[in-house]
Design a protein around this ligand. Structure first.
Ligand code: GLY
Length: 598
């Protein structure tokens, strides 16, 4: 399989371009299909999913095949060593949330990432880098659970893994973006022998167009085909992971792998201007924060404010600030802490959060109290300094709708760039650094500069709090939008803005996805924005209200090449209510992304 270079202009297209009046589009058009659609960050993975749909598989079957394929072609975010969330909508009306988030190993403890001085550790041994940074991976268990309960059973587990195995064994041609991702993380990957061998070509670096084979990963996939999903948790693969961890001072054991289970959760839902939004419950913070923001802006005539006005951005920033304030205080793994879901989603409570909203002035984040929902005990959150960080996020989202109207919104992750940096010898499996999504120290920011509270403290077996937001929007009870994004703490705001772009501003789905976005997360009290996304006079008007802007990409650090400056791409499908066409919008922020339908 090879990726067709997008930039090659065929003679036919060239003839059209030069013989007709030139029309310039700022973004790609949505891809239309009558039956099924897969939108993913990598063309080859989208094609694998679309092939499954065409062979009679349903959206869940296609999701499993797409997920495994991303593990091969999008290794910094999608390998088997991570975890995530899958939202499933069945054509019979049921909505299901599968939680396959990583869990903390049994040896994990609340202060495991604090040094003798009480400060959060950096480098080897920390929550971001090396052998101690990984939670127990959930991908394989989550996809197996989804398939067993909601797959069509027309295609077997082994058949759905086969395209990924072939991509790993036969290889695929490295894109410019992939080569740049490997290069940009060379220091981290170079610290681990197998990562250096696989992702850095032994140190020589891969170049655009190189044929890249991953024989160890192909062998792992073949074992999974042969032995089933428990291979990852109890078989040869599990033994290789546990042995490597033991040799290198890691925390994860064979017992941790054996004990891992994915779980089904009840999605959270709320209406917004007549549409129903159905999204991920805890241990993701996304659903509650997202629905709070929609409830906060619903009393305002957002459409009348205009899509790019300072008034709209001011309202959105203030809603974001308040939702992220509550996020920091109240959200954690519901298996371990009592998350006051009903209280947080109560419309009167949410209206109360906006009582101090001033259309003329920013509310300073310092001193902004959380709302105090019903069902919560007084929290213990320390002071809230802001701080720097250097990593990019490595999460990926894909959206699928099949011919019957089943849909999947799936977001999964390794957390930071190439996760912990560790590839387990002999497996080709790159491991996550999801332990950093816990609160290492209350009040001290994590790699996304999120300040987190006691509710998200580390405990054995616990899921770290997430921002991943696989989301459905329904119109008149029918699936209308399937969406989600990567981008750590920015995910919630990206999904929020895509949906308001469609509902409030009636934007075509491709423009709703591609149009510039902003981000505010309570702390640090700054607005991040897509470069060139805000006009100077809009920014001046917002500054006059008291907002501050950050001239950096969403993830801090110094400016990075343009190709890496837009991390929170959203992969979205709209089902046109009139024609029922599936309109796939792959975000142009990610150059290899693609919508493939039939
Ligand atoms: N690791 C990013 C998230 O789960 O939000």
């Amino acid at each position: 399989m090879s990726l067709t270079p997008r930039r090659i202009i065929s003679p036919i297209i060239a003839a059209l371009v030069f013989s007709t009046p030139f029309v310039s589009y700022a973004q790609r058009m949505a891809v239309e299909a009558e039956h099924g659609m897969v939108v993913s960050v990598h063309e080859l993975a989208a094609q694998v999913g679309a092939d499954v749909l065409q062979r009679g598989g349903n959206a869940v079957d296609a999701a499993v095949a797409t997920g495994f394929a991303l593990g091969v072609v999008y290794p910094w975010a999608g390998p088997l060593g991570g975890g995530g969330f899958m939202m499933i909508h069945l054509a019979d009306g049921r909505d299901i949330a599968i939680d396959y988030r990583e869990r903390a190993p049994a040896a994990a403890s609340r202060d495991m990432y604090l040094g003798p001085d009480g400060n959060v550790l950096k480098g080897p041994g920390s929550s971001t880098f090396g052998w101690r940074a990984s939670g127990v991976p959930g991908d394989v268990a989550g996809w197996a659970l989804a398939l067993e309960k909601y797959g069509s059973h027309k295609l077997s587990w082994a058949e759905l893994i086969e395209p990924a195995r072939r991509l790993a064994a036969d290889g695929h041609h490295i894109t410019q973006f992939t080569a740049s991702r490997f290069r940009s993380q060379a220091e981290k990957l170079g610290a681990f022998a197998d990562s250096k061998k696989i992702f850095l070509n032994g140190g020589a670096l891969w170049r655009t167009g190189d044929l890249w084979r991953q024989p160890e990963l192909a062998a792992t996939l073949a074992r999974l085909q042969q032995n089933g999903p428990r291979e990852f948790y109890e078989g040869e693969t599990a033994r290789l992971i546990a042995d490597a961890m033991a040799r290198n001072g890691g925390t994860l054991t064979l017992a941790d792998l054996k004990n891992y289970t994915a779980v089904e959760r009840v999605p959270v839902r709320m209406t917004y201007r007549g549409y129903e939004i159905v999204t991920m419950p805890p241990p993701s913070s996304s659903g509650i924060a997202l629905l709070q923001m929609f409830a906060m802006i619903e009393p305002f005539d957002v459409a009348a404010l205009g899509p790019n006005s300072a008034a709209k951005y001011h309202l959105f920033i203030e809603a974001m600030r308040r939702a992220y304030r509550d996020r920091a205080e109240y959200l954690g793994d519901p298996d371990f802490v009592k998350v006051p879901v009903a209280g947080l989603m109560d419309r009167n409570y949410i209206a109360g959060l906006m009582k101090n909203f001033d259309p003329a002035k920013a509310t300073p984040s310092a001193g902004l109290a959380p709302g105090g929902p019903a069902g919560w005990e007084p929290p213990k959150v320390a002071s809230v300094p802001s701080g720097g960080f250097a990593e990019s996020t490595e999460t990926t989202h894909f959206s699928i709708v099949d011919a019957e109207g089943n849909a999947v919104a799936n977001t999964f992750t390794l957390n930071g760039g190439f996760g912990s940096g560790v590839t387990i010898p002999g497996t080709g499996v790159l491991m996550n650094n999801e332990m950093d999504d816990f609160t290492s120290k209350p009040g001290t920011p994590n790699q996304f500069r999120l300040i987190q509270g006691e509710a998200n403290a580390i405990a054995p077996g616990k899921h770290p709090l997430s921002s991943m937001a696989p989301t459905f929007v329904f119109k008149d009870g029918k699936i209308f939008l399937v969406t989600g994004a990567p981008g750590g703490s920015t995910i919630i705001n990206a999904v929020f803005q895509v949906i308001t772009n469609v509902i409030d501003f009636n934007l075509p789905v491709s423009l709703a996805v591609d149009t510039p976005r902003i981000h505010h997360q309570w702390m640090p009290d700054v607005v991040n924005y897509d470069p060139y996304g805000l006009s100077k006079d809009t920014m001046d008007a917002l500054r006059a209200k008291g907002h501050q802007f950050e001239e950096r990409n969403f993830f801090g650090g110094q400016l990075v090449p343009v190709i890496e400056r837009y991390p929170n791409d959203t992969m979205t499908i709209m089902v046109d209510p009139a024609t029922h066409l599936r309109l796939g919008a792959a975000d142009s922020r990610k150059p290899d992304s693609k919508a493939v339908g039939y």
